[in-house]
Structure formats: C-alpha cells, structure tokens
Design a protein around this ligand. Sequence first.
Ligand code: GLP
Length: 260
Amino acid sequence: MEVIIAETYEQMGKSAAQMVAQVINTKPNAVLGMATGSTPLALYRELVRMHREEGLDFSQVTTFNLDEYVGLPVTHPQSYHYFMHENFFKHVNIPAQHIYIPSGTTSNYEAFCAWFEQRILDCGGIDLQILGIGSDGHIAFNEPTSSLSSRTRLKTLAKQTIDDNARFFDKREDVPIYAITMGVGTILEARKLLLVANGKNKAAAVAAMIEGPVTGMITASALQLHPSATVFIDKDASGELKMIDYYNWIQQMKPGAPKH
Ligand code: GLP
C-alpha cells in the first residue's frame, strides 16, 4: 500500500485528483468507481477544475458508485444520487448513460445487485476505485464483520455509521437503516484503489487499515490484499501511524528510485 501524506485537506484532494487524471489521460474510456461522503469533495472539486481549466475530458468515462441508501428517492438531498449529481456529475461531461449508481428504490434488491455486478463486468471492470473510510474502518457500506469476499448486496448499517451520518439529516431517526453496497470482494477486483481520509476522527481507522491485521472488523484493511492501493491522507488523519517516517521517506526517495 502506498501512503501519501498531505499538509492539508485541499492538498490531499489535489494529489488524489492527479492520480485519477493520469488514469483518464492514459485510458480515455476508463471505468471509475466513485465514492460519496464529505472526504472526496476536495478531490471532486479539483477534477472539476481540471475539466474546466485544463480540458480533462470525461466524455468516454463510465462510472460506478459504491453505494446508496435504501428508501431515499434520487431527488432526496441526502441520497447518493443527488450528492453525486450536485458535487460532480453536473460539472463534468460524463454521458448520463455511462453513470451507474446502486438503486435505493428498486422492488427487487437481489436482482438489482446481480445486474449491477454484471454491468461492471460488461463494462470491462473498474480501472480505478475511489474510496473513503468510515470512522469504524468501513469502506463503502461494508460494516465491521462483513466478508472480505462479499459482493454487491443489501446491508444493515451499524449504529456507529448511523450516528456519524446523522449530521446530514434533520433527525437521527431520518437516517436510513439499510443500504445497498458493493462488496469488499467487488472493490478488490478494481485494477487500482485510491482511498482518501482526513481529520483526527479518522486517525484510528487509518492506522488500523494500514498497519493492523487484515480483518473483517476493519473492512478497509482488505486494501492490504490489493496489489495497487494508494492512500491519500492529511496530517490529522496520519496521527496514529507508527511507520509514518518510512512513508515520508519513500516519497522523498521516489525521484531517485530505480525505474522498472
Ligand atoms: C459513508 C459512505 C462511505 C464513506 C463514509 C465516510 O459511510 N458509505 O463510502 O467513506 O461515509 O464519510 P465521510 O467522508 O463523510 O467521513
């Protein structure tokens, strides 16, 4: 796992965006995995800026979102459909028919999940999956004790996640209890993984993900099993890392490293 520590949240977003842009520039019809939450906002802002000012072209890009709340219509301001449209899709040129977000309102979740998995395969698989991390160490909505081989499915949210996300809703009771989420196994099949995390409240989860054992209790720790996972964090989120000097040393020594 490569760990890149930025001074600030905005810088974290900028370096993560460089990696996304590199994938698109190398493969204009790349398939991107998208994440919601407050953390990727700086990354999306920077991608939008690159699109407007530098001509970063999304016209052949396809996207698959990680997850969606069950029961919220796409017009609900807290639905992930709405979030993605407002914060990213409406500012770039991805064709609407190339955008896939799990449905939180389907009448048949099992069939929808199977279809979603098949769509990912039919589109050639995900080239780069963007991820955030929950304070309990989850990725997407793969709560603690999720199988590390899990696929897209309906999931009951942990109380911790409901508490964390209550800040976005009027009342805690308004937070959905169920979500549809890509599985850890689905996520691990992406060719590259990019995880962003910021703030002190993520420091423990970040340390467990990078330096702890691989465990279903911290589903983000499954990134240790992936051959190409990069973690972009800010200073605050790096506070509990034991090997921080090594991660910084690797980045400093990078320009001189032998080329393969
Ligand atoms: C939710 C999402 C995750 C996200 C997490 C953290 O649980 N399903 O994909 O990583 O929130 O969100 P935030 O970035 O707002 O802390």
